[in-house]
Design a protein around this ligand. Structure first.
Ligand code: GLU
Length: 303
């Protein structure tokens, strides 16, 4: 298949949608991102790359970092991670406090904020320098450390009252071991990682390749762990639109409010589409449509 021309046709077809939706403005430093941008890239397990549009423009990866956090936590803790975090879709907003009360401070899954905060807590326990562990993971996934946008991290840290509420609430159930401020610092830093479509498609290739990073042959996760991360992405990776994504895209995906969506075609490739305009579910409008068009044109889907 000629992926370059497919991505170019997808980019051309979504162009009229680019600029639709709203940028995430609850994090002040993200409110000023120009909305009129779109990029898409793919990286196959045998090393082919293709990209179109603004695929080399850096953006804030936000919740896509929850996949990196989950990867680091599975490396450090293996299956014991699941003692404190479930893997069921929440059916609530990504930053909801509602279920935590009934479920004794055990978040539904690692991709809602409550779950990602628990993952961050485990990483604070497991690593002397947990933010450095994220940076170093970049080195192993694409040859350079991940970098953080300090301004975005600071902006979210100063205004993230709901995340502060979530973690304090979870701590009241004794499900957080560390100082909440330290965990919030890490969480805001990981969300403020800066990357682009080309780099992210390459970085997440291990998820399409049974846990082994294709370029280097390094085992990042066991094949069972990689399969499970993909399962949680499929069922919980796109906020409250996971059912609709499974229906229309049919791939494990993780989105972030910076406008990126990473999608895994197991055994074949990873895609990353990005455009800052979000729909009412918090997913990028143009990126979501681009993935749908790509799947329709190529027939690549897990179903
Ligand atoms: N840092 C953001 C938050 O906690 C991430 C949200 C997202 O991308 O889903 O609100």
């Amino acid at each position: 298949m000629h992926y370059q021309s497919i991505l170019e046709s997808v980019a051309a077809d979504v162009a009229p949608m680019v600029g639709g939706g709203r940028v995430a403005n609850y994090i002040p430093a993200l409110a000023c991102i120009p909305i009129q941008q779109f990029g898409i890239a793919l990286h196959t397990v045998d090393g082919q790359q293709a990209w179109a549009g603004d695929a080399r423009t850096p953006f804030s990866i936000q919740s896509v970092s929850k996949v990196l956090g989950l990867t680091l936590a599975l490396q450090a803790l293996g299956n014991t991670l699941w003692e404190r975090i479930g893997r069921e879709p929440s059916g609530n907003a990504f930053n909801s406090l509602l279920q935590l009360e009934n479920e004794q401070g055990k978040p539904r899954n690692p991709f809602i904020n409550a779950g990602a905060l628990c993952v961050a807590d485990r990483l604070v326990s497991a690593h002397i320098q947990p933010a450095q562990a994220f940076a170093d993971l970049g080195l192993r996934l694409h040859g350079k450390p991940f970098v953080f946008d300090d301004e975005v991290a600071r902006s979210e840290r100063e205004t993230g009252f709901r995340n502060a509420a979530l973690i304090n609430f979870i701590k009241s159930f004794k499900q957080i071991d560390n100082d909440v401020e330290t965990v919030l610092d890490l969480y805001c830093r990981q969300c403020a990682i800066v990357s682009d479509c080309v780099q992210l498609a390459r970085s997440f290739s291990y998820l399409a390749n049974a846990g082994v990073q294709p370029g280097t042959g390094e085992t990042i996760l066991s094949s069972e762990q990689a399969r499970r991360v993909n399962s949680v992405m499929l069922t919980c990776g796109t906020y409250d639109a996971a059912g609709e994504f499974a229906f229309k895209v049919g791939l494990p995906c993780k989105s972030g409010v910076g406008g990126a969506i990473v999608a895994v075609v197991p055994g074949q490739m990873v895609l990353c589409a990005w455009s800052p305009g979000l729909d009412e579910t918090g997913n990028s409008m143009a990126a979501r449509r681009a993935l749908e068009l790509f799947v329709t044109r190529t027939g690549l889907s897990v179903f």
